[in-house]
Ligand binder design. Sequence first.
Ligand code: DNO
Length: 387
Amino acid sequence: MLLQTWRWYGPGDPVSLQDIRQAGAKGIVTALHHIPHGELWSVEEIKKRKEQVESAGLQWDVVESVNVHEEIKTRSGDYKKYLAKYNQTLRNLADCGIHTVCYNFMPVLDWTRTQLDYEVQDGAKALRFDWTDLAVFDLYLLKRKGAEKDYHEETQRKAKKRFQSINEKQKEILTENILMGVPGEKSVTIEALSKSIETYTHLGREGLKENLVYFLSSVMDTCEEYHINMTIHPDDPPISILGLPRIVSSLSDLQYIIKTVDRKPNGICFCTGSLGAGKQNDLVQIIKAVGERVYFVHLRNVTKEPDHSFYEANHLEGDVDMYGVMKELVLIQQKRKEPIPFRPDHGHQMLDDLKKKTNPGYSAIGRLRGLAELRGLEMGITKGLSV
Ligand code: DNO
């Protein structure tokens, strides 16, 4: 059976560990979000978090994420110092019994959404990525040089009209949403974003790919020695935005990563919501092709629109063939000894959670619904395969 896990943002998370137990999850996915990116996670700090998790009757199975410092991604400045710290953090995690680590290689911004309260038909709220809103931000608020060439004329027209129709508050919210980091971590400033865009434009897609390969080659010895599996999280959304290069967006990207650094700990976090937002991606085909290196899974669904826009759908609805994906996962799991951790990724803000302050995408009830549906799907498929 797959291992049912749940992302917990630590003691400040409005969803408590007891809530998580009641939702039926067994394992916890968490990170030391209070430690700035790039700094060392000491054994003492890791143990403290581990004890909190265990005293609630749960276990800490996956770290999401040990973030890769920007200077490693751009291979500049103090990147060597940060690589040494990264390796030491991995050793410390392994010494505390944690062996699965998620990370991403998205330039500057982590996941990007333009709206956090998109109302779906039943009145629940979902996260949304709107291509025209992104163009509004890019063309009129960030005012990126040369941005027009990334948008069709029709999108530019729509963006102009929308920009003229929204008020100052709406502009502020759009900017905040785009710049927002992971809960409990700092947002990027608009100035820092502009500066990074310049750096990454200069670096380019090939340069970023080389830096990922360099990063992986620099941590693989530690991973082999300490039995750590690294899992790269796909780009979210899986297309170039704001002129930033993307290198983890498709099947061929994933194949390039696992073949170029062809070592067992070089693995994938199979995120169906991130990859699923890409027009180019057939999720069942991807999991069939790279499943052997999938050590962590995010299950989530999206409904796509023709112009790269999408919103997050209920876990069994939307454009991702969740049945097909789950069936492949069940087949992979049957060949493995260790349970593969998965988590219901994001959920709608619904029922009582609509009245509460929640972390965007990470309210309790929507994820509880997702987890319940997904574990039922897994059980149905497993039993069906054995008759
Ligand atoms: C969003 C998440 C991402 C993910 C990181 C992994 O909900 O899926 O923030 O944790 O990109 O490094």
